[in-house]
Design a protein around this ligand. Sequence first.
Ligand SMILES: *[C@@H]1O[C@H](CO)[C@@H](O)[C@H](O)[C@H]1NC(C)=O
Ligand SMILES: *[C@@H]1O[C@H](CO)[C@@H](O)[C@H](O)[C@H]1NC(C)=O
Ligand SMILES: *[C@@H]1O[C@H](CO)[C@@H](O)[C@H](O)[C@H]1NC(C)=O
Ligand SMILES: *[C@@H]1O[C@H](CO)[C@@H](O)[C@H](O)[C@H]1NC(C)=O
Ligand SMILES: *[C@@H]1O[C@H](CO)[C@@H](O)[C@H](O)[C@H]1NC(C)=O
Ligand SMILES: *[C@@H]1O[C@H](CO)[C@@H](O)[C@H](O)[C@H]1NC(C)=O
Ligand SMILES: *[C@@H]1O[C@H](CO)[C@@H](O)[C@H](O)[C@H]1NC(C)=O
Ligand SMILES: *[C@@H]1O[C@H](CO)[C@@H](O)[C@H](O)[C@H]1NC(C)=O
Ligand SMILES: *[C@@H]1O[C@H](CO)[C@@H](O)[C@H](O)[C@H]1NC(C)=O
Ligand SMILES: *[C@@H]1O[C@H](CO)[C@@H](O)[C@H](O)[C@H]1NC(C)=O
Ligand SMILES: *[C@@H]1O[C@H](CO)[C@@H](O)[C@H](O)[C@H]1NC(C)=O
Ligand SMILES: *[C@@H]1O[C@H](CO)[C@@H](O)[C@H](O)[C@H]1NC(C)=O
Length: 443
Amino acid sequence: MEAKHISCFVLLVGFVLFQVNAEPVEDKQALLDFVNYLPHSRSLNWKESSPVCNNWSGVNCSADGTRVIAVRMPGVGFHGPIPPNTLSRLSALQVLSLRSNGISGEFPFDFSNLKNLSFLYLQYNNLSGSLPFDFSVWPNLTIVNLSNNRFNGSIPYSFSNLSHLAALNLANNSFSGEVPDFNLTNLQQINLSNNNLTGSIPRSLRRFPNSMFSGNNIPFETFPPHASPVSTPSATPYPKSKNSRGLGEKASLGIIAAACVLGIVAFVFLIVTCCSRKKGEDEFSGKLQKGGMSPEKVVSRSQDANNRLTFFEGCNYAFDLEDLLRASAEVLGKGAFGMAYKAILEDATTVVVKRLKEVSVGKRDFEQQMEVVGSIRHENVVELKAYYYSKDEKLMVYDYYSKGSVASMLHGMLHFSIFFFFLYSWSSIVLAISKTEKIKCQY
Ligand SMILES: *[C@@H]1O[C@H](CO)[C@@H](O)[C@H](O)[C@H]1NC(C)=O
Ligand SMILES: *[C@@H]1O[C@H](CO)[C@@H](O)[C@H](O)[C@H]1NC(C)=O
Ligand SMILES: *[C@@H]1O[C@H](CO)[C@@H](O)[C@H](O)[C@H]1NC(C)=O
Ligand SMILES: *[C@@H]1O[C@H](CO)[C@@H](O)[C@H](O)[C@H]1NC(C)=O
Ligand SMILES: *[C@@H]1O[C@H](CO)[C@@H](O)[C@H](O)[C@H]1NC(C)=O
Ligand SMILES: *[C@@H]1O[C@H](CO)[C@@H](O)[C@H](O)[C@H]1NC(C)=O
Ligand SMILES: *[C@@H]1O[C@H](CO)[C@@H](O)[C@H](O)[C@H]1NC(C)=O
Ligand SMILES: *[C@@H]1O[C@H](CO)[C@@H](O)[C@H](O)[C@H]1NC(C)=O
Ligand SMILES: *[C@@H]1O[C@H](CO)[C@@H](O)[C@H](O)[C@H]1NC(C)=O
Ligand SMILES: *[C@@H]1O[C@H](CO)[C@@H](O)[C@H](O)[C@H]1NC(C)=O
Ligand SMILES: *[C@@H]1O[C@H](CO)[C@@H](O)[C@H](O)[C@H]1NC(C)=O
Ligand SMILES: *[C@@H]1O[C@H](CO)[C@@H](O)[C@H](O)[C@H]1NC(C)=O
């Protein structure tokens, strides 16, 4: 009897443990194979011993935790071709982002197994060759961004089978041939600029601004014959042209007047809401855009390693500048040298970002000082995880600690002091140290 009880108990415990540990084992192995075969310059927290769902950075699972459905690995420093038969085993994958890496080789042919793929972000890599002929193997594709690679060949006509497709960005590649006449009613954004395309803009795409086709061998003068080449999409919307033709002159005048009134009302409303907005609810990205800087400008096409977030050794973050600019942010405090923000990224990672204000220092000097600051390891100093330098923008990225934010702010101030101490009094000794210590883990 006793033995029976015990074995029952063991079985029960085993069952409970199995239930608790239920996780996508095969998907996990596929991901491990992927990172083991593809060299990358930043370390990841993808440990075999830890659960893949809700623990590995950049990975999201289905609600029941049985499949991996999203993999977001921007700016991890992957270099080399995507190893075959790794990612393609994640057959439930819906979101794949490998943008801002150094991935080379051709578009992986085995991605055709990812039947549920809806969002594909491979921009800013070094991918080459032509695209797969048949895109209808991914019927759910909604956003496709393959910009800033070295793809060539023609644009597959099979894109027209993707009825969900809302955005297609193929800019800054070497595509050639004519632009296919897609009949995609859901398409809201397209950018084919800076390729080697020829012919004319097909009818179905004339509702988009000409700038989306610039940098090709496509003449703009041929159509529409009387409209200016810089006409906006709303001015001559292709699908609506039929309706407006039937309108009388009076009706059009009335519409214009109504639109003016509406515009003024909207403008006043905007002003009022903007003024009554709380100070703390600042949108970090909004602020950065105001400074005239967009991610495209910052992250240059040539994979210019100097124009990116530079991470320090041992940082587990999986985000890039683009993510940071998109993050929602809250003002933590204002210091003599700028503002500190708490930035929450798309994948719920929280960091503290400091924007240095009115610091006119050369790029080299700035980087050298950052490396010195970043190499400080002390229990009372919050570690600098990454920094960014451009002429108009200087950012420092730290870990965010929810507990004792006051303390971390104080440490942050200490950090600032150290930084500026170095900035104004650096000597050849400091230079020598920063030169010999190769602490950058940047790709
Ligand atoms: C992930 O799991 C490891 C060990 O299993 C744990 O130490 C770590 O805190 C976990 N991280 C997160 C973000 O849950
Ligand atoms: C991904 O997982 C994180 C937690 O690990 C969660 O906060 C986030 O909302 C998830 N994102 C999506 C798109 O499901
Ligand atoms: C694709 O997603 C749907 C639900 O969104 C799911 O029912 C189906 O099983 C998925 N397909 C695969 C191959 O995982
Ligand atoms: C496409 O997505 C829908 C839900 O958005 C899902 O029900 C369907 O199964 C998906 N299609 C395929 C082929 O997986
Ligand atoms: C891209 O790949 C080519 C070889 O295919 C290589 O010569 C070049 O250096 C790579 N560029 C970058 C930025 O990695
Ligand atoms: C595309 O580039 C590859 C080299 O990366 C070359 O072999 C091939 O001929 C090119 N194809 C076209 C259509 O230009
Ligand atoms: C669209 O899909 C259908 C069936 O899947 C196929 O017969 C057709 O050739 C495809 N069209 C294009 C343009 O790929
Ligand atoms: C594609 O990438 C470019 C460059 O990063 C970005 O500006 C654009 O918004 C992206 N397009 C889509 C549709 O996500
Ligand atoms: C475009 O597709 C719609 C249905 O999605 C169809 O009614 C229309 O005739 C198509 N137009 C052309 C030019 O193929
Ligand atoms: C399209 O690309 C051009 C140049 O590459 C850029 O100026 C423009 O902002 C892009 N538009 C969108 C919507 O991404
Ligand atoms: C663009 O296409 C022409 C032929 O149409 C070819 O001679 C030229 O080399 C191509 N340029 C690039 C940069 O691929
Ligand atoms: C294409 O590259 C140029 C720089 O070479 C950049 O200014 C532009 O924004 C890029 N376009 C897109 C859509 O990423």
